[in-house]
Design a protein around this ligand. Structure first.
Ligand code: AMP
Ligand code: ZN
Length: 117
């Protein structure tokens, strides 16, 4: 996707602070962190949102979560707990339309929920 900011990060056309990369996923630091640890894990395949996943994307979906778990272990935040978050679509608060799993930790985390307007 030519106009997708996360596809540009995958292609290294725009800079990012990469934490992990393999054939399926890329993980990098969120540029506006809401906690001491705030990392985005994205599939290398452009898929706009979780609701667009196909049956054949199971490996990708699993790899996103496993990567979140492993990075949390590597950063030694597993024992305290952390949040793995997918926002789905505008109503779910998703702003970048390329699937991304937020790994958020290192702080006490609360959820803000507001009605969809
Ligand atoms: P969401 O609201 O779930 O779509 O979250 C999008 C996230 O992407 C936000 O937390 C942004 O701070 C983050 N973000 C947007 N552009 C970039 C970028 N170029 N590098 C790193 N993080 C980004
Ligand atoms: Zn994309």
């Amino acid at each position: 996707m030519d106009d997708c900011i996360f596809c540009k990060i995958i292609k290294k056309e725009i800079p990012s602070d990469i934490i992990y990369e393999d054939e399926y996923v890329l993980a990098f630091k969120d540029r506006n962190p809401i906690a001491p640890v705030h990392i985005l894990i994205i599939p290398k395949k452009h898929i706009a949102m979780i609701s667009d996943l196909d049956e054949g994307d199971e490996k990708i979906a699993g790899r996103l979560i496993m990567t979140g778990k492993k990075i949390a272990q590597n950063l030694a935040i597993s024992h305290k707990g952390y949040k793995l978050l997918f926002r789905v679509g505008k109503g779910g608060g998703q702003e970048v339309m390329h699937i991304h799993l937020h790994l958020i930790g290192g702080a006490r985390l609360y959820e803000e929920i507001r009605p969809i307007s």
